[in-house]
Design a protein around this ligand. Structure first.
Ligand code: THU
Length: 127
């Protein structure tokens, strides 16, 4: 069974593979599903800027394609930041595949800086 200690190295590897020639801001996200499986994603940018996708979006897509539906823990890592704070769209996306027990770890160049619950990440969200 996988555990959360794998999340930071997985997100770091994903961030190292990010495609971000416009922002130069790589992001990696790693998910431990409630089924015990690990998934990762990175941001992928496109010359038509609105078409880019966030690391969290990629990791969630990988989880869904892998057959899981529920995030036990998600770690978001940005090497160029002290602390990465997910965009509004990703907060909603994470929420839709989480439970009140889901943990959201936010990491920067010095590792995990904050761990939030869903209610802390997106209070009063649309359901
Ligand atoms: N980005 C993410 O991948 N996740 C976040 O939580 C915030 C921002 C990406 C989008 C874009 O490719 C780059 O970081 C700069 O905004």
């Amino acid at each position: 069974m996988n555990n959360s200690s794998s999340l930071l190295p997985l997100a770091q590897t994903a961030a190292s593979r990010a495609h971000c020639p416009y922002s130069h801001f790589p992001v990696g996200a790693a998910i431990l599903s409630t089924a015990g499986n690990l998934y990762a994603g990175c941001n992928v940018e496109n010359i038509s800027f609105p078409e880019g996708s966030c690391a969290e979006t990629g990791a969630i897509a990988a989880m869904i394609a892998g057959g899981d539906r529920t995030i036990a823990e998600i770690l978001i890592y940005a090497p160029a930041a002290d602390l990465i704070t997910p965009c509004g769209g990703c907060r909603q996306r994470i929420a839709e595949f989480s439970t009140p027990d889901t943990l959201i770890h936010l990491a920067g160049s010095n590792g995990i800086e904050q761990t939030l619950t869903l209610e802390q990440l997106l209070p009063g969200r649309f359901k």
